[in-house]
Write a new protein. Structure first.
Lengths: 233, 233
DNA sequence: TAGTGGTCTAGACCACTTT
DNA sequence: AAGTGGTCTAGACCACTAC
């Protein structure tokens, strides 16, 4: 007796993936239709559909109505990058987290910021500078500008105990964000904050966020020299 | 007449997302069961299931059998980072790409590499250094070590026209990878390759890849000063 | 052991795209 | 006009897990 076990979409997904990786279906090749695969695997078309949909999400194949499913020429492998709070990142490496507010004031948006965030030139913004420490050693310097029009309550938020990032996440989650990673050299001020020497190389993360299309905040987070961002895929 | 239109999983997904973002369902709250939501939206349970599954993938909710679906406390927003060939990255910014092989030789794996890639200390590896240019200006210096045991054919591959990255992608796609982004200061040799001055800050990407559990290659890619990695989410 | 999500099925209709 | 993927349904059974 053959096993009358039901075929799972994972079996289909993995087998199709295998055929792609072993070049049984080479780059650019047209796969059988969903109906044909369903017959081959003796399962419902919906099962094949889910398998192929996942492979499309993962960048292995490209699907188009009428044309069919093709193996991608240059598989666009992508990694997931998590953006957590500094506190979470620090605690995940089993270090003790400490937060310190450096500066906080309300200003009119300078030109570069207005342009960066697409707000009016004279928009009122809350400017915050704060430090995150891991085991009492500088971990990250955070400088942030928050569009008060988008989050009026922030003007009266208490930022002495917790950083603006934490406050925002709880009070006003963003819906869209743009991120850039750069490498920067420490100038005198940065070096002082991070307890390092002028010229040290550090990873800087700049992030702009929107909420329902309205610009909310621009943040620049500079990490201590030697910090690496790691991920797998 | 009310529109007898069928409810799509996207409608359900977006409405649930809205309720989470507007705190109608606050952090940690238990959502209705799939069956209840299906009744509310007047659709099939499978439709609700797909909507909630996507939200779980995106980090908005956590699902557990028997316990139900909960709003995540700290939504783990994550961005997709694509890792393309240097050539693709350059061409995408409308620059002209040029490749140049700098060095190529077969060596016994030094200790640090054996440890990094988890191969034997005396494993034979192909060591390649090459440059990628954008509009004839240095774009990326790539230094790569390839485990010959994992990809024997590479020993005789022609790397004069195209980089090892392209060759590997076509000949032996990897199945797993680990990545680290760091910021480094240019030493004399790096500065010379990148046409910059000693001490310049540059983004360095280190990647180790495996194929079916077997270590394949370790690559270190250093980008010209000022290069940023950008993404959205 | 009971409740909840996870998945499969068989069939149907829709929507996009190429011809 | 026709072919292919995209999605929904209604029902069923399974698998995990809290109780």
């Amino acid at each position: 007796m053959t096993a009358p076990k039901r075929i799972s979409f994972q079996v289909v997904r993995d087998e199709v993936k295998r055929r792609i990786e072993t070049r049984i279906w080479p780059q650019g090749a047209l796969l059988p239709t969903e109906t044909q695969l369903a017959e081959e695997f003796n399962c419902a078309r919906a099962t094949v559909n889910r398998a192929l949909r996942e492979l499309a999400d993962q960048g292995f194949v490209e699907r188009k109505r009428k044309s069919g499913t093709r193996v991608k020429k240059e598989p666009s492998k992508h990694a997931k990058l998590e953006f957590s709070l500094a506190r979470q990142t620090v605690e995940r490496q089993n270090s003790t987290y400490r937060y310190s507010l450096v500066e906080r004031n309300v200003v009119d948006s300078p030109g570069w910021l207005a342009s960066q965030m697409s707000v009016a030139h004279d928009a009122r913004v809350l400017h915050v500078i704060c430090m995150h420490y891991a085991d009492n050693r500088p971990f990250q310097l955070e400088e942030r500008w928050i569009n008060i029009a988008a989050v009026p309550e922030v003007e009266f938020a208490d930022l002495n105990e917790h950083g603006p990032h934490e406050w925002l996440l709880k009070a006003a989650p963003f819906t869209e964000a743009e991120v850039a990673f750069c490498a920067v050299s420490a100038d005198g001020r940065l070096a002082e904050f991070m307890g390092t020497t002028t010229g040290a190389s550090m990873i800087q993360l700049e992030r702009t966020t929107w909420r329902d299309g309205q610009p909310m905040t621009f943040a620049r987070m500079t990490h201590h020299p030697g910090y690496c961002i790691r991920t797998k895929y």
